[in-house]
Design a protein around this ligand. Structure first.
Ligand SMILES: Nc1ncnc2c1ncn2[C@@H]1O[C@H](COP(=O)(O)OP(=O)(O)OP(=O)(O)O)[C@@H](O)[C@H]1O
Length: 262
């Protein structure tokens, strides 16, 4: 269980530019749940992920993972429990390292071992088989630098790397937003598969309403630092894009616009 307890984040407090990014927000994510977060620009979605990852320290509130209060843990310490895939395909992989070196690095997370040891023959074969299953031809380029891959290939590699060590939480931060629709679909297919295979507790931000409907078993709508709607699996299964937009109330126009251009 992942718990955010009364989290408050205020940027530039006490100044004319004061922004309440998270307004005493509480949220509990059940083991193995796949939660999708939508909301207008500035609603606080990225701040929520940043608080979980430890990038932003809230002014108040607690972050609890499996009963352990990790509020004071720095980013690198939380990285043993939390994996994140970003919108920018350049962020999830090391561009100067080869595909297999990237994978070895991800497999070594939290372990003290050299890259060379991590890349034995058996492991190489396992990585190759794993990548082949995504049908992107990555398995034929194991020695190629990750920086040479297409955006979609890099996001799938980043996803595989993020899930290899079976994190307690997987954070997906608009991870298909920079991709064309067909590639985004491919990456979402890979996402669904990896999340299911590893039974990962997942929190995904998206502006794509189609993805918000098709993926996950819980849907949150944020507005002004609060959770405005919390829709469970049964209700989510019956939702259409129009339903979501209708229920978003005053945020409708902006979200419609975003989903039309996504
Ligand atoms: N580092 C920062 N410094 C100052 N203000 C910030 C910072 N990060 C976020 N904010 C402000 O906090 C609020 C929430 O921002 P956040 O990025 O979490 O929203 P979001 O829902 O992720 O938006 P988007 O969909 O545009 O990514 C906004 O008003 C934003 O301007």
């Amino acid at each position: 269980m992942i718990e955010l307890d009364t989290i408050r984040v205020v940027f530039y407090p006490g100044t004319p530019d004061e922004r309440v990014a998270l307004d005493d927000l509480s949220l509990a994510l059940a083991e193995g749940s796949f939660t999708v977060v939508v909301g207008t620009n500035g609603a606080g979605k990225s701040t929520l992920l940043n608080v979980l990852a430890g990038v932003i320290r809230p002014q108040a509130g607690r972050v609890v993972i499996d009963g352990v209060d990790v509020s004071a843990w720095p980013v690198h310490q939380r990285a043993a429990l939390i994996s994140r895939v970003f919108q920018d395909p350049m962020l999830g992989t090391a561009p100067a390292l080869s595909i297999e070196e990237n994978l070895a690095l991800a497999a070594m997370r939290g372990k003290r071992r050299g890259l060379r040891m991590a890349l034995n023959g058996e492991r190489r074969a396992r990585f190759r088989d794993l990548l082949a299953s995504f049908g992107l031809g990555l398995e034929t380029r194991m020695g190629a630098r990750a920086g040479l891959l297409s955006g979609g290939q890099r996001q799938v590699l980043a996803l595989v790397m993020a899930t290899l060590s079976r994190p307690r939480v997987l954070l997906l931060d608009e991870h298909t937003a920079a991709l064309d629709p067909r590639t985004a679909q491919l990456v979402m297919d890979a996402t669904r598969r990896l999340v299911a295979e590893h039974e990962l507790t997942t929190l995904m931000i998206t502006h794509n309403m189609g993805h918000a409907i098709d993926y996950g078993n819980r849907l949150l709508m944020m507005e002004a630092g609060k959770i405005k709607l919390d829709i469970d699996a049964a209700e989510k299964g019956r939702l259409t894009i129009q339903d979501i937009v209708r229920r978003f109330g005053q945020a409708n126009d902006e979200i419609l616009l975003q989903s039309a251009t996504a």
